[in-house]
Each structure stands twice: as C-alpha cells, then as structure tokens.
Design a protein around this ligand. Sequence first.
Ligand code: TYC
Length: 101
Amino acid sequence: MIDTVAKPKTRTEVKTERPRLHKVILVNDDYTPREFVVTVLKAEFHMTEDQAYKVMITAHQRGVCVVAVFTKDVAETKATRATEAGRAKGYPLLFTTEPEE
Ligand code: TYC
C-alpha cells in the first residue's frame, strides 16, 4: 500500500494595504479676501461655489477646515499650488497637509 502524505494546503494571502490618505487643511488668516479663498478652492479642488464658500467660512470661523483627502503626493502638490496662488497675489493664504489617523 502506498501511503500518500497529504500536503497541507497553504495559500499565501496577498493583502495590499491602502495608502494612508492625507488631509489638505485650509488655515485662516486676517488678510486674504474671502472671495479669493473661494476662487482658489474652486480652481484647485474643483469645488462648486457653495462647497467652496462653506469651507472658507468654516476656516474663517474656526481657524482651520479640512478641504479634502488625497494620497500624500497629491495632497502636498495641491496644498503647495493653492498656497502659491495666494503668494502670487501677496496674500498669506496657507494650505497644509497632515496624514489621516
Ligand atoms: N479671514 C479672512 C477675511 O476675513 C478670510 C479667510 C477665510 C482667509 C479663510 C483665509 O483660510 C481662510 N478676509
């Protein structure tokens, strides 16, 4: 009689973790005109007038507002571009990024 040894059936699980997302945060200041903040939010983050106004007014009232979340590279690029749009006009408008919990 031929003994056959059962081979344990193993399967390597392939688990790809999703990249951590990063928040783009709009920071309030006393100098950048509200309408300019709204214009930048619409242009850089493809927001409607209503969405952009709500984000702007939230940052204005509370100090900061999360604009959106992206992969690290995209978040950093957008925050830099949006900050530079203000800088080009001489405004201290600031967008920062931070990883999501
Ligand atoms: N606080 C500014 C003003 O009163 C408007 C403003 C809102 C600026 C949000 C920056 O992130 C900001 N003109």
